[in-house]
Design a protein around this ligand. Sequence first.
Ligand code: NAD
Length: 301
Amino acid sequence: MSTIAFIGLGNMGGPMAENLLSAGLTVQVFDLNKAAAQRLADFGAVVASSVEEVIKGADTVITMLPAGEHVRAVYLGDHSGGKGLLNLVESDTFLIDSSTIDPESARLVGSEATKKGLEFVDAPVSGGVAGAKAATLTFIVGGSDAGFAKAESVLKYVGKNIFHAGQAGDGQMAKICNNLMLGILMSGTCEALNLGIDNGLNPKVLSDIMLQSSGRNWALELYNPCPGVMENAPASNGFQPGFMSKLMLKDLGLGAEAALKSQSSIPMGALARNLYAFHNANGNEELDFSSLFEFYQRDKK
Ligand code: NAD
């Protein structure tokens, strides 16, 4: 059985590490936020206090960090003295980054890993915190065939669908396309529900109708943004916990960067990015991304 070093134990990484422990794997954890790592001790994780310590004896490293700059710093090193995972791990250590980041950073880390004879895959996820808790995440892997096979053998404990998108960075590109679509779907869902409420409709009844009609979509089905409609959705829990609005803005920004490079038109994605930029500027960046619903409401800020 593998010994996993898990770095980044936030909303997603925490429950993923819990599931690896439940599957009987040895899991060593590190997070800059000590409380986030310490919480995993109750589930049997070995808590480390540095990157150097967490990788000792591990054959696989999984990272689940906010953005590209964090991933580059952890793998390649930084100015504050971090040496970088690639310079610290044993030569047969397998590396998986499940963060959502720009494809260029994933390709850079992948090529630096190859230079050192290390296998690295990008394996961003879809499915949200609920999917992380239930071990039903979708993984979108970029890397070699051998890397994909190795990744499957570990990720099967935390996910249900594991896709091979292509070479290093292609997992990130597919994930960016998915989240561009999600940002558009969430804003459209908020807009339609609010229009119904403003015109006297009950949002639960309206949701039930649209779920059996052509407006059906993932946000409406599993993540209703109107408080009180869906008991387990972040909207019914003060928009906590979940996928923070600042992370959705980051992902829509990654879509915009990719579109600039390929000269693609993304008018809907650009509008969704601007909606999230406004929403976050009003102090909502730490709330779940479904809180965009409040942007549309008359009586809210
Ligand atoms: P989060 O902010 O809750 O967790 C990130 C964790 O990384 C934090 O605990 C932070 O302290 C830690 N961290 C940051 N820099 C570090 C470093 N240098 N060393 C060690 N730890 C460090 O974010 P999250 O919601 O768990 O998301 C993680 C990634 O997954 C993001 O890229 C996000 O876009 C992606 N994602 C999130 C969701 C979701 O629903 N939350 C869904 C799919 C993908």
